[in-house]
Design a protein around this ligand. Structure first.
Ligand SMILES: C[S@@+](CC[C@H](N)C(=O)[O-])C[C@H]1O[C@@H](n2cnc3c(N)ncnc32)[C@H](O)[C@@H]1O
Length: 218
């Protein structure tokens, strides 16, 4: 929960320290992919304005500070019927400035660990047999994927999102880290794709659920 942090700056500081650890253990030249979207903090009353934080903009600086450089931004697009309706007020009044479009996108920030050699060197370490199938390749940086709701966790990644990220940025046999494991979708999908997941999770309740799901051998 973003509300677990005393301020937005302390949230960014914490994220930066985690990203530095990710950078430390990541192999030279390999990739990190972060899923973020703007967050609104609840206003204490109607007389206050709610604050909307553009997390994806601020992540660029903290990813750079943590030792990564920018490669790509992929947009995850959801069906409009799956997101909260923000545009109703404008449709009622038609008043400019009250316009709040429905937010159907999230960002996937793709960064590479700063390294002295070219990406080719990373790729040449693998044989083509360890690559994933190129069937159904996404040719643009807009990915249309429905979100997933799950009773076990409030924020679950859709399997399809994990599949795409793993397909384009990992080889079979790679060790792949999810530092925010949650319900473990990323871990389960990576196992299915013949990769070796390492999961971190801070919430004891979620850890227990992951263990119950036979994650003992991860
Ligand atoms: C959006 S969910 C992750 C979804 C997940 N990656 C999946 O595959 O479905 C984010 C998770 O990160 C966990 N988390 C938040 N801060 C953390 C931290 N400092 N260290 C480890 N886990 C953390 C939360 O408890 C939550 O379960």
């Amino acid at each position: 929960m973003y509300s677990d942090y005393t301020s937005y700056d302390s949230y960014l500081e914490k994220m930066c320290s985690i990203l530095k650890q990710c950078n430390r253990i990541l192999e030279d030249g390999r990739f990190i992919i972060i899923n973020v979207s703007p967050v609104i903090t609840k206003r204490p009353g109607r007389e206050f304005e709610s604050i909307r934080y553009p997390i994806h903009f601020d992540f660029h600086k903290i990813l750079e500070n943590a030792g990564f450089y920018f490669i790509d931004k992929i947009i995850w697009i959801k069906p409009e019927c799956t997101v909260p309706n923000r545009v109703a007020g404008y449709l009622q009044t038609g008043m400019p400035l009250s316009y709040k479009p429905n937010c159907i996108t999230e960002s996937l920030l793709v960064y590479r660990k700063k390294t002295s050699f070219l990406l080719d060197k990373n790729i040449k370490l693998y044989s083509r047999t360890l690559a994933n199938s190129i069937e159904k390749t996404d040719t643009s940086n807009c990915w249309h994927i429905s979100p997933k709701a799950d009773k076990k966790h409030p924020a679950v990644f859709p399997e399809e999102l994990c599949e795409k990220v793993l397909k384009y940025y990992s080889f079979k046999g790679d060790i792949v880290l999810d530092p925010f494991a949650g319900s473990g979708t990323f871990g389960k999908v990576s196992k299915k794709m013949k990769m070796v997941p390492v999961l971190c999770e801070i919430n004891k309740e979620y850890i227990k659920k992951l263990e119950e799901e036979d994650y003992d051998d991860l």
